[in-house]
Design a protein around this ligand. Sequence first.
Ligand code: GLN
Length: 232
Amino acid sequence: MTRRFDLPKPGDPVVRPEPNESMTDVSRAPGRGSAADDRPTIGVLGIQGDVSEHIAALARTGARAQWVKRPEDLEGIAGLVLPGGESTTLRRLLDYEGLLAKIRERYAAGMPVFGTCAGAILLATEVDGAPAPHLGLVDMTVRRNAFGRQRESFVASLDIEGLEGGPLEAVFIRAPLIERVGEGVEVLASIEGEIVLAETDQALVASFHPELTDDLRLHRRFLDKVQAGSVV
Ligand code: GLN
């Protein structure tokens, strides 16, 4: 079911949008383009981790992607992606930039979120047994670095509930597992009996890295949530 995976090294090419696609454009009305161009603007938390890969994937789905570095960057976006990286570092930077409270505020107002790997850890209500350590927005318990040294990084082929187009190749890098989900959180995929993908109406959480493959189905699924919610 799993096999070794050569991790991208610094300097390796990342998936880029088509040349005529704009990767960032902050000049439009909040969350939406003009009537002729109603692509939603999706923010990508851009303080640490694999930010540019998410921006490229979003651009390839047709969304407009915007780096979010400061609280004010959250004003004009219709959804927020929280990339993988290192959750303890991300947490420190969220505090330093004053982003924690503002993300919670936007989420309470209906903004959908997509957390991948460390981003999912940030969203969990419980991490390694400690309640509500970071943003605490999705009722689930995660266990960090859950796969052990021998399998720190690998690719698995996942069958995903309700996702057309067959199994999805999922890249795991020192990934967390979702040990428990609360009411309203639907399990979409598991690996060896442990949850690795789940969702609510407002959140998608993956313990792997969908931005590191060419498969855009999970980014599209997130965009569907954004468009269904239409919060801005
Ligand atoms: N191991 C990291 C953490 O616990 C997550 C790894 C990742 O995002 N690829 O924060």
